[in-house]
Design a protein around this ligand. Structure first.
Ligand code: FAD
Ligand code: MLT
Ligand code: ZN
Length: 515
């Protein structure tokens, strides 16, 4: 058996990797450095989107909010509002003059009932890490921030059911669960900032969907408040409950357009006793697919993640963020992780898998470890790509599902199409789930670049029967392109549902549904 630690597979030097703190986005700190350039206002960058006939904030509205929440939980100072108006990737910017910070479901209910009666538009916001412009106002919608709704109600150590308020930060939940040998069923680079309510509202996927499934499966129940203030209690903790329509699914992934999620019950798996991580360097995408197939077959029930990074994506973190890679430069990289319950058995399986992969020439180089700090350092390389790309200037982000054999095909096609006007065209993501993150970066936003990419990327995806949004959602930025992945009839039904649940259209207007 091979000794553990960082194990050189072929002549690799063990490299000491710096450990980064968990991702905390600036919106979490709720301040924008004054030197940072703000993006153009959304209303100016997208002039075809017109403000709806909503009320403009006045003293009557503010008086109501302050009576309900007290002055400290109604933010009106423009500089304090700024962090809530700009999304984390600096793509969009609204100009809300009011941020509300409720603590309870009843407060959310009273706010929405009042806003509905007075036609005040509302933008729900959690950790503000969303990547499609859904979490910030387009115009002057009032922001309803869930950060103070952060209580854990219960953890059932036998069933694994966790019940909590929507504003709990994903990583905090995971830390609390770890004390009981449980874990959250989802994990993503934004875990230090995103809220579980935001995760459920976007149906976030993340790094281990391959193993633990998506939130439509793991969320047991939700409590949500409709636009008129009515509280819908579907907060079941039961695994099996076929009593009529499963209303929770309406709120999962509807991005705050059908209701505000206030509480969540979620099924949490046991924390694995044995974790192994391999980081591999490869010469071709063809070999990425061969390794994926082999990992599924040979690692079977212990495979917990299978991610891909191309050379340019990794370069964005090694060059822009100065993170160190333990491998030399290769066209492609993969992270293959196992979660299991038997250390010896899992190590043996992983080692055999890696030996085979090297012997068959599928990987050129690699390293494997089960030391938490070293695994974290390798995961940091993958999870920091979003931030690394931002350092290029502006990132045009696409989050696409494609049939596996076409997974990487758009990257070279787009590289050719956009030519030298791009800083970088790269692809990385959840290859185990057929979900690639295709990114094009430029120094700053450019309409010329946008026109070169869109609708081309969506047409290409649609022709291959892919999805134009695999996990980030539609938000503000993709409403025009929903039809590439949804039929006319499906869109019509979605609009009818919206009209029924939010007849005045006060909840997150201009998002998800095409105008
Ligand atoms: P926000 O950004 O605040 O909101 C997202 C949407 O949900 C908005 O439309 C908002 O109006 C709505 N919303 C928020 N809270 C509520 C609520 N309580 N009720 C109703 N509506 C609400 N996404 C993935 O799927 N997989 C990944 O691997 C992944 N990795 C990421 C890595 C980084 C570094 C970053 C910056 C983002 C990543 N994302 C990923 C995108 C993002 O983190 C997720 O979409 C996340 O789930 C958003 O949570 P949030 O609390 O930040 O929500
Ligand atoms: C990821 O998987 O890293 C995220 O979804 C974020 C991104 O697309 O940049
Ligand atoms: Zn992702």
């Amino acid at each position: 058996m091979l000794p553990r630690g960082i194990i050189p597979l072929i002549g690799l030097r063990p490299v000491s990797l710096g450990i980064r703190p968990s991702f905390v986005c600036s919106s979490q700190r709720r301040e924008l450095a004054s030197a940072e350039v703000l993006p153009q206002l959304t209303k100016d960058r997208y002039p075809h989107v017109k403000r709806g006939e909503y009320a403009k904030l006045d003293q009557h509205h503010l008086g109501f909010f302050k009576d309900l929440l007290g002055p400290d939980r109604v933010i009106t100072d423009p500089s304090d509002c700024e962090g809530f108006n700009v999304d984390w990737i600096r793509n969009v910017r609204g100009y809300s003059q009011c941020v509300l910070k409720p603590k309870t479901t009843e407060e959310v209910s009273k706010i929405l009932s009042f806003c509905n009666d007075n036609r005040v538009a509302v933008c729900p916001q959690g950790g503000n890490t969303g990547l499609v412009g859904g979490s910030v106002p387009v115009f002057d919608e009032v922001v309803l921030w869930t950060g103070l709704m952060n209580n854990v109600m219960s953890i059932d150590e036998t069933s694994g059911a966790l019940v909590c308020q929507a504003g709990c930060i994903l990583e905090h939940l995971d830390n609390q669960l770890a004390e009981k040998n449980l874990m959250m069923p989802l994990d993503l680079g934004a875990k230090g900032s995103c809220h579980i309510g935001g995760n459920v509202s976007t149906n976030a996927g993340g790094l281990r969907l391959l193993r633990y499934g998506n939130l439509h499966g793991t969320v047991l129940g939700v409590e949500a408040v409709k636009a008129d203030g009515e509280i819908i209690d579907c907060l079941s903790t039961l695994k099996k409950d076929n009593t009529g329509y499963h209303l929770k699914h309406l709120f999962i992934g509807s991005e705050g357009t059908l209701g505000i999620i206030t509480k969540i019950a979620i099924q949490c798996p046991p924390k694995p006793k044995a974790v192994n991580l391999a980081f591999l360097g490869l010469k071709s995408f063809e070999n990425v697919l061969k390794i994926l197939k082999k990992a599924k077959k040979d690692l079977g029930e212990i495979l917990s993640s299978c991610e891909m990074i191309d050379e340019s994506s990794l370069e964005s973190v090694t060059e822009n963020l100065k993170l160190k890679s333990p491998l030399s430069i290769h066209p492609f990289y993969m992270l293959v992780e196992t979660h299991g319950s038997n250390k010896e058995h899992d190590e043996e399986k992983m080692n055999k898998f890696l030996e085979d992969v090297m012997e068959e020439g599928l990987a050129l180089d690699g390293t494997t470890t089960n030391e938490p700090s070293k695994m974290k350092a390798i995961w940091d390389l993958r999870e920091s790509i979003t931030e690394g790309l931002m350092k290029d200037g502006y990132a045009f982000k696409y989050d696409i599902s494609l049939p596996t054999k076409h997974f990487y095909s758009l990257v070279p096609v787009l590289r050719e199409r956009v030519g030298d006007i791009a800083q970088r065209v790269c692809g990385y993501g959840h290859v185990g789930d057929g979900n690639i993150h295709l990114n094009v970066t430029t120094r700053k936003f450019s309409q010329e670049m946008l026109d070169k990419i869109e609708p081309f990327v969506f047409e290409y995806t649609s022709k291959l029967r892919g999805s134009v949004s695999a996990e980030h959602g539609i938000g503000f930025k993709k409403t025009k392109y929903v039809h590439f992945s949804k039929s006319k009839e499906s869109i019509a039904l979605m609009k009818k549902l919206k009209a029924m649940m939010d007849p005045n259209g006060i909840l997150n207007p201009y998002k998800v549904l095409p105008c």
